[in-house]
Design a protein around this ligand. Structure first.
Ligand code: TRP
Length: 332
């Protein structure tokens, strides 16, 4: 039997090439092996972004356009918006009853987030419950595997603990979802740090060829390679990482020529930018095409929500029965 997958992102807007290589391209492959659910986690966005909500809707559409353009196929996968499937909220509530506060307080991803956002003293209740909501997302579909990046591992560990606890307390109806870690090269941002929208160092799928070149040109390479003919050290160079990912056929040659001092950084950057552009330009074109008709994207998301709801409501029904919150005669 095929396993079930659920994964998602918060709708922070357009996807960058780190999302593409690290997640989307992997999701596209998984569509043929698993029954797949991909959600746009707008409630999760509110856990930190509750003040600025004016762009949520346009960000959802942009994100969905990127997903579809990258190859997520609504005929194979259920693609939906979290807040359209209310069962996630109910399951979150029920799981919150059986989750010890100490599990949440020791979660390293949450701690790091609180530190980054400087909200240690003033953590909101919703953010503390982030992993419980994520568990509800996963277990509404009894997903057996969750493709995520490494930062999500503590959340997944907690999902397994909550599933185990529910199964022990009531009835064993939930699988313990495994993480599918994507062992993809980490795509560095143009400043060498992790690529992230908030660090302002991302190359987006939506970026034009000129945008990409402009961004790659700002990359700091090997600081000891001052003149074109100086020998370089590709392993410490950010741009070489881009070659490794987007210019596989020429990686060795690029390395050799850089080390020999026959390839200057300006040309090397131009080559890298061109290869990045070649990789993403068909996706970019498709996304721009899709965005001409946001109504079509909405339709896909609405249909996704209908399919998701059917499964999630059935799980909730089961959960309520297990917890004796529903008797057999009850019809609502
Ligand atoms: N926490 C994830 C992120 O921001 C998003 C997310 C929400 C998620 N629910 C999920 C990921 C369920 C996997 C499974 O990266």
């Amino acid at each position: 039997m095929k396993g079930t997958i659920l994964s998602g992102f918060r709708p922070t807007g357009r996807a960058h090439i780190g999302n593409l290589i690290g997640a989307l391209e992997n999701w596209v492959k998984l569509q043929d092996e698993y029954s797949c659910y991909f959600e746009i986690a707008d409630w999760h966005l509110l856990t930190t972004g509750y003040e600025a909500t004016s762009e949520i809707q346009s960000n959802i559409i942009e994100m969905a356009a990127d997903w579809l353009a990258a190859g997520l196929d609504p005929k194979k996968s259920v693609i939906f918006i979290q807040s359209q499937v209310k069962a996630h909220a109910e399951l979150h509530l029920l799981f919150s009853m059986i989750t010890p506060l100490s599990w949440l307080e020791r979660n390293p991803t949450l701690k790091e987030q609180a530190r980054d956002l400087k909200i240690n003293e003033n953590m909101n209740y919703g953010l503390l419950g982030y992993p419980i909501l994520q568990t509800a997302d996963i277990l509404c579909y009894k997903a057996t595997a969750v493709p995520v990046g490494e930062d999500q591992l503590p959340h997944l560990e907690m999902s397994r603990e909550i599933a185990r606890r529910f199964n022990y307390l009531y009835k064993p109806i939930f699988p313990e979802p495994k993480s599918l870690i994507t062992r993809f090269p980490r795509v560095p941002g143009i400043d060498g740090k992790k690529m992230s929208k908030s660090l302002n160092n991302a190359i987006y799928i939506a970026d034009s060829e000129e945008d990409i070149l402009k961004k790659v040109k700002t990359c700091i390479t090997d600081t000891s390679k001052v003149h074109k003919n100086d020998p370089g050290h590709p392993e410490i160079c950010n741009v070489f990482q881009y070659h490794k990912i987007f210019n596989e056929g020429m990686t060795e040659e690029t390395k050799r020529d850089c080390e020999a001092g026959t390839l200057g950084c300006v040309d090397c950057k131009k080559n890298a930018a061109k290869k990045i552009d070649e990789h993403i330009s068909p996706i970019r074109e498709k996304r721009n095409e899709l965005l001409k008709n946001p109504g079509y994207i909405r339709e896909i998301l609405n249909e996704g929500a209908v399919s998701a709801k059917r499964v999630a409501d059935a799980t909730l029904d089961d959960v309520n029965k297990c917890m004796n919150l529903k008797n057999k005669q009850e019809v609502l």
